[in-house]
Design a binder for this molecule. Structure first.
Ligand SMILES: [Fe+2]
Ligand SMILES: [Fe+2]
Length: 190
């Protein structure tokens, strides 16, 4: 994998471990919220798939190149430094024969989110945000909230990151806002 230095290697492994631990609870929460379950892959448990998504997600943080099967959208194209690595990682895995659509989807959209989020995407995004190496203000509270309700915690996190981006006068990706809307709608209806 490209440029997996020790620091980043630590982050991907911690994210993989946490995503793996969260995946079942996230899927159960999805079920109770009436959101669609993860599409199963025969013989592979969800926790393993979440682990793989975690290992892959930031494997190409410093990469560049073409992603013919995972084209960048307009906003991603303008912010390749921050956003391209998701498509690069999905392309890398696809090119090596991975055909688990749920894992590829989570890896592809872990940066900007998606209007139709899946349990694997949510588990990965939440683990990415609260893995034990994260030290930003409020992370402890978010970790506690994640234990109570992983989906509500993820919504909180997405609101604060999109709010931060907007406050800086930067573009907020519409998928991030749509993901918040989808999950909040489900939470309000529960
Ligand atoms: Fe990432
Ligand atoms: Fe990450």
């Amino acid at each position: 994998m490209a440029a997996l230095d020790e620091r980043r290697g630590g982050h991907v492994v911690r994210t993989a471990e946490l995503a793996s631990g969260l995946a079942g609870r996230v899927e159960e929460r999805f079920r109770r919220l009436g959101l669609p379950p993860e599409e199963p892959v025969g013989g592979v448990v969800l926790a393993s798939r979440a682990y793989l998504a975690g290992i892959l997600h930031d494997s190409h943080r410093d990469g560049a190149g073409l992603t013919p099967d995972y084209p960048l959208d307009e906003i991603e194209g303008r912010h390749t430094g921050k956003l391209q690595h998701a498509a690069l990682a999905a392309q890398f895995a696809y090119d090596r024969g991975l055909r688990d659509r749920g894992v590829l989807f989570a890896v592809r959209y872990h940066t900007v989110g998606h209007p139709a989020p899946t349990p694997l995407l949510c588990a990965l995004m939440l683990a990415d945000a609260v893995e034990p190496g994260r030290t930003y203000d409020g992370v402890e509270e978010l970790r506690k909230a994640a234990l109570e309700d992983p989906i509500a915690a993820l919504v909180e996190r997405l609101k604060s990151t999109t709010g931060f981006v907007a406050d800086q006068g930067l573009e907020v990706h519409p998928y991030a806002l749509a993901q918040i809307e989808t999950l909040e709608w489900a939470l309000e209806g529960s």
